[in-house]
Structures are given as structure tokens and as C-alpha cells.
Ligand binder design. Structure first.
Ligand code: PRP
Ligand code: URA
Ligand code: MG
Length: 219
């Protein structure tokens, strides 16, 4: 897997990450969602450097101009819930892409810290020969990305896969490296060292889904 780590170079993205992590700024849910969306836009811009381009001639009012335009058939797939604002950011740039939605959540069958990932909802076009952009802001254990990719197999085989995340833990990156095809790209803003006993990224930012949309009742 090719890892592209945005915070390796300083940019305005540092500020958006800082605000996402900051407990006082997190009280503003609209800003939290918008910062995830902004990072989706930035990561899309970065990702666009790896697309295939074809030459097109454009007519301006004063003449003709040759431009190189992306030629990929893109499908953006985001993992509900926290993937929604990231999806919007990516779609803002790849505005003519097709779209998939899939759900994944942590189900705790007992009172303890063990959990399984439940994938229940899937709406997707065919992925055969497409450029799949799979988006989820949090990459903790990596099990959501892996289980979701397993469920997406019934929709066909993409030509290439780009994973987009905002904050990841080393452990999650390692699992993706083992489970995804070698040519997969991971576009990620920040990489943190560890997970806590509940599988939360430390320092991370907390529960991204709850911070976007409010807490949910366990069932
Ligand atoms: O790498 P993993 O260990 O699988 O953890 C990451 C997953 O956890 C979060 O979802 P969550 O289950 O909290 O669902 P939500 O988006 O509905 O809050 C997050 O949005 C990822 O999907
Ligand atoms: O740190 C984490 C881990 C999983 N899901 C989140 O939202 N945050
Ligand atoms: Mg959550």
C-alpha cells in the first residue's frame, strides 16, 4: 500500500486537524463537519495527482486551449455515519463521480470491550473497472475498512482503490497494508501512535460520528 501522509508537509490542513482535535472547538458540530469536509477536499486534490489524464481541446471566447482532464470513472464510497461529511468534501471536487454508501458500526455483544463490526446497508453502482475512493475519517483498528471492502466485492472489482481517512493509528495502517491489494493508495491527514483499550485512537479526536451528528443509543 502506498501511504500519502498529508501532515508530512506543513499546510493550512494543520489548522483544520487542530480544530478537529480541540475539545473546545468540537462543541461546534457544524465546524467539526465542515473541517472534515475541507480535509476531504484537500485529500481529493492530492489524490487527483495519481489519476489518469487525457487531452481535451476547450474553446474559449478567444481561441482554443488544450487541457489535461481526469479520465477515471470514479465511485466515491463512504462509510456511514462519520463518512458523510468526508464524502461531501470529496464529491465537491469529483462532482461527476458515482456514489456508494455503506454502513459499518461497532456492535458490543457483551458488556466488555470486545466488539464486532456490523455491515448492514449497501447502495452502490457496479465497481467493475472503476476507480474506487473509499472514505472514512477514522482508521482505528482498520476493521471497518477491511469488512466494508469485503462486502463491496459483490459489486465488482475496481481497477484501482484509493482509501481516504483523516486520522489513523499505526495498527490500522498495518492491517490495511496486509489486507488491501499492493497498489492501493491511502490518503491520510494525520497518523497517531496508538489505540486505547476501547479501540479509540490516542490522542485522536474522540468519536467522529458522535461529534458530527450527536450520540447514539447502543442496541
Ligand atoms: O478502524 P475501526 O476500528 O473499524 O474504527 C473506525 C470506525 O469507527 C467509527 O465508526 P463507528 O463505529 O463509531 O460508527 P459511527 O460512524 O456511526 O459513529 C469510524 O467512523 C470508523 O468507521
Ligand atoms: O478513535 C476513534 C476510533 C473509532 N471511531 C472513532 O470515531 N474514533
Ligand atoms: Mg462512532
Amino acid at each position: 500500500m502506498h501511504v500519502h501522509h498529508l501532515l508530512n508537509n506543513n499546510s493550512i490542513a494543520n489548522k483544520f486537524i487542530a480544530q478537529l482535535r480541540d475539545v473546545t472547538v468540537q462543541e461546534d458540530r457544524m465546524r467539526f463537519r465542515r473541517n472534515i469536509e475541507r480535509l476531504g477536499e484537500i485529500l481529493s486534490y492530492e489524490l487527483s495527482s495519481k489519476l489518469q489524464y487525457t487531452t481535451k481541446e476547450i474553446t474559449t471566447p478567444l481561441g482554443n486551449s488544450k487541457v489535461e482532464l481526469p479520465a477515471n470513472d470514479i465511485v466515491i464510497c463512504s462509510i456511514l455515519r462519520a463518512g458523510l461529511p468526508l464524502h461531501n468534501g470529496i464529491l465537491n471536487y469529483f462532482d461527476d463521480a458515482e456514489n456508494s454508501f455503506i454502513s459499518a458500526y461497532r456492535h458490543h455483544p457483551n458488556e466488555d470491550e470486545e466488539f464486532e463490526i456490523k455491515v448492514e446497508y449497501l447502495a452502490s453502482p457496479s465497481l467493475n473497472d472503476k476507480t474506487l475512493i473509499l472514505a472514512d475519517p477514522m482508521l482505528a483498528t482498520g476493521r471497518s475498512f477491511v469488512n466494508v471492502m469485503q462486502a463491496l466485492k459483490q459489486m465488482g472489482t475496481p481497477k484501482e482503490i484509493h482509501l481516504v481517512a483523516v486520522i489513523g493509528a499505526e495498527e490500522g495502517l498495518k492491517l490495511l497494508d496486509e489486507e488491501f491489494p499492493q497498489h492501493t493508495h491511502l490518503w491520510i491527514a494525520a497518523i497517531d501512535q496508538k489505540l486505547d483499550h476501547r479501540g479509540y485512537i490516542v490522542p485522536g479526536l474522540g468519536d467522529a460520528g458522535d461529534l458530527c451528528f450527536g450520540s447514539k443509543k447502543q442496541h
